[in-house]
Design a protein around this ligand. Structure first.
Ligand code: FES
Length: 101
């Protein structure tokens, strides 16, 4: 098990997401009302980048074919995507958002 630091909390505004590439992973880091969630950035359905999608409540709509996922669980909310998006366990180290892998 390892802890991978991704970004500072100040880098992700509330209600937005940023893309972080690190350790061979391409990740989308979301800030929902001060809580941080991390999913794979590349959509499970194709080439869409979820960090560039549209956040609607606690879902993210992919800007490629407009499928959507729960930001919290990665479950599919709207097709055409069918495969849940991989999520990561977030751990905080002070003001640094990290994932545990
Ligand atoms: S690539 Fe994301 S919905 Fe198709």
């Amino acid at each position: 098990m390892s802890i991978i630091p991704l970004c500072k909390t100040s880098e992700v505004d509330e209600g937005s997401a940023i893309k972080v590439d690190t350790e061979g992973l391409s990740l989308a880091v979301f800030n929902l009302n001060g809580a941080y969630y991390v999913l794979d950035d590349v959509c499970s359905h194709g080439p869409g980048s979820l960090s560039e999608g549209y956040i609607k409540g606690d879902t993210i709509e992919c800007d490629f074919h407009n499928g959507s996922f729960s930001i919290i669980t990665g479950e599919v909310v709207e097709p055409p995507c069918l495969i849940p998006q991989k999520t990561y366990k977030v751990v905080m180290d002070g003001e640094t958002v990290c994932i545990e892998t």
